[in-house]
Design a protein around this ligand. Structure first.
Ligand code: ADP
Ligand code: MG
Length: 603
């Protein structure tokens, strides 16, 4: 018989291959072992390293410990005590669950581990390159101690990839600092080459921050705390004294797991608005608590990347939480309102009578950044592959920020004048102190309607305006049953309607801001979107607001009265994001006086 060409790899080789993903460098081992100690309910974790972890990493904890059988099992691949069934994968509450770390580490090093439960006699296991040398009873304190030597002794290529001791050391310090901030109640000690780097007793988070960064630092923290639906954000964000010129001290924990997420980072940066200049980074430590089934942590073996079911919802919650924490600071921004329209007061009253902060400042995260998922090209991928959106959205946002900071450095002020002109029934032209601005009337109105609809959907709704001639709309039976689910949301935007005979509704009130578009058209468009999505979630509400805004807005070609133009411009600058429409198109084009001077060759 011809031997089959395809053969199963030996276990040892499988483990080494896996080790390539789980343990890139000494700091990844420290991370995995700390996670195991946390999962084992340790109250104290001691970390000892030599040569940046290259010659020694030892972690000692006072956690649950293992008996002799478990100690042997723990180094076998896919052996875990943390999940048993597939359903549990959707509800992970421990840091580990893949059963990969110990066998992977063991396959590329020499290990000696001891463990004991409840002060009973312990056991010791020794492995070289994944091969068990012995397992025998040995004295041990309650808990587990794992010692790793000769890292990558059997994979010289990997060993060569290690960085200098100095760099590996720094990575390990960062891992220990990160986990000590994620778990302030646990005591952490880090000893490097016999010197104490950290000696931290259990504390609350503020105390832990002071213990690590110093008392002065601790005095510059603003507490962040917000609970919304099933999401909870807590932690601290630094005031302006803690702003740094480089990235580094920003920590994001999701259900106790340290994660990296650019979108959430930018939610935080964006909250600081003009308080930060480009290239400045605030300090923050945020703990997000999200129901485990709303996030997938099983994206990569290192588990620092996660996938949210609804990333934009998380974005908004984090943004509100941090903005709330910064409220007092934001109030102190001198001239927070870039456009002092008609000499208006700094705070502008929005159309629903609530007092609003002024529009955000150009050069920070513009509207397109938050609303880009409504962009037509991106609609297809919404909902499932949010990372695709994130990537391109962030790139686009950055390009816009570039463009905006270049073009709007000047502190624009609209001169108190009634000078407003409509051009081609499409654009509104008006003067600012450093030049002139041209506003696209359709997208401007779209932005206004979008924001008011979104706020209405998230809050209590807006009052509607009773119509003189109530109108009936008839649906197909299969549409009708679906439509009933949408009615409460349309109510919030301002459409007052009720059932009226078979498969028919009657519209008795419409939003007061509606300009064009027949009610029937708007209602059908929203219903179509809903039928397509089949789901009423946050991203659908965004779509709904955007669809409504697009249909109900003033169109290109609509002739506007002076009063209407004034009203539109006023309201535009009272929105959070006057510069970009919900689809990401620009609303305002600015022509600076210096640009004009240049064109006329005055300078
Ligand atoms: P995972 O953490 O994904 O389960 P690991 O390979 O990291 O996989 O660990 C395997 C198992 O060994 C864990 O499920 C746990 O039962 C046990 N274990 C590892 N480290 C410790 C520890 N410090 N204390 C107690 N048990 C531990
Ligand atoms: Mg583990």
């Amino acid at each position: 018989m011809i031997p089959s060409k395809i053969q199963l790899l030996p276990t040892q080789l499988i483990n080494q291959i896996a080790a390539g993903e789980v343990i890139e460098r000494p700091s990844s081992i420290v991370k995995e072992l700390i996670e195991n100690s946390v999962d084992a309910h340790a109250k104290n974790i001691e970390i000892i390293i030599q040569d940046g972890g290259k010659s020694l990493i030892q972690i000692i904890d006072d956690g649950d410990g293992m008996d002799s059988e478990d100690l042997g099992m723990s180094f076998q691949r896919h052996a875990t005590s943390k999940i048993r069934h597939q359903e549990e994968l959707r509800n992970i509450t421990s840091l580990g669950f893949r059963g990969e770390a110990l066998p992977s580490i063991a396959s590329v090093s020499h290990i000696n581990a001891r463990s004991s439960i409840n002060g009973e006699e312990g056991n010791e296991i020794s492995l070289k390159g994944g091969e068990v040398q012995y397992i025998r009873p040995a004295p041990s304190n309650t808990g587990t101690s794992i010692q790793i030597k000769n890292l990558f002794f059997n994979t010289p290529a990997r060993r060569k990839f290690l960085k200098t001791t100095e760099i590996e050391k720094r990575n390990i310090y960062l891992v220990v600092r990160t986990y000590s901030l994620a778990y302030p109640k646990i005591g952490f000690t880090l000893t490097d080459a016999e010197k104490h780097v950290y000696k931290l007793r259990g504390n609350d988070l503020a105390g832990r921050i002071s213990d690590i960064y110093g008392k002065k630092f601790g005095e510059n923290l603003l507490p962040v705390t917000l609970t919304k639906d099933h999401f909870m954000v807590s932690g601290f964000t630094g005031n302006l004294n803690l702003v740094k010129k480089r990235m580094g001290e920003q920590f994001l924990f999701l259900n106790g797991r340290a994660i990296q997420n650019r979108l959430i980072n930018s939610a935080v940066f964006g909250s600081y608005k003009s308080l930060l200049s480009r290239g400045e980074y605030p300090f923050f430590i945020l703990n997000l608590q999200i129901p485990p089934d709303m996030v997938d942590v099983n994206v990569h073996p290192a588990k620092s990347e996660v996938r949210f079911k609804d990333e934009w919802r998380v974005f908004y919650v984090v943004k509100s939480a941090v903005t709330q924490a910064l409220t007092d600071l934001l109030k102190t921004i001198p001239d927070y309102t870039p456009f002092n329209y008609y000499g208006a007061d700094k705070s502008v009253t929005s159309d629903h009578g609530q007092l609003k902060l002024s529009p955000s400042i150009p050069g920070q995260f513009p509207a397109g950044f938050e609303t880009a998922p409504h962009h037509r090209d991106q609609e297809k991928v919404l909902g499932n592959t949010s990372s695709v959106i994130t990537e391109s959205t962030i790139r686009k946002a950055h390009e816009r920020i570039e463009a905006l900071t270049k073009s709007s450095q000047v502190d624009d002020k609209i001169i108190p004048t009634d000078n407003l002109w409509q051009i081609q029934n499409k654009y509104i032209l008006t003067e600012v102190n450093q030049g002139l601005i041209i506003i696209d009337q359709h997208v401007a109105h779209e932005r206004i309607l979008f924001e008011s609809a979104k706020k209405a959907l998230e809050g209590n709704g807006i009052p509607s305006q009773t119509v003189l001639f109530p109108q009936t709309i008839k649906f197909l039976p299969e549409e009708y049953s679906k439509f009933l689910g949408v009615i409460p949301y349309l109510h919030k935007i301002g459409f007052k309607m009720r059932e009226f005979g078979v498969n028919t509704i009657i519209v008795e009130g419409v939003p007061s801001d509606i300009y064009s578009g027949s009610v029937e058209e708007i209602v059908h468009e929203i219903l179509d979107k809903y039928i397509e999505k089949q789901e009423m979630n946050a991203s659908f509400l965004d779509h709904m607001a955007a669809t409504y805004a697009c249909k109900a807005a003033i169109k290109a070609g609509d002739r506007l009265k002076q009063e209407e133009m004034k009203n539109l411009v006023d309201k535009l600058f009272a929105t959070d994001h006057p510069y970009y429409c919900p689809h990401g198109r620009p609303i305002i084009v600015r022509l600076g006086i210096d640009e004009l001077d240049k064109r006329f060759e005055r300078i």
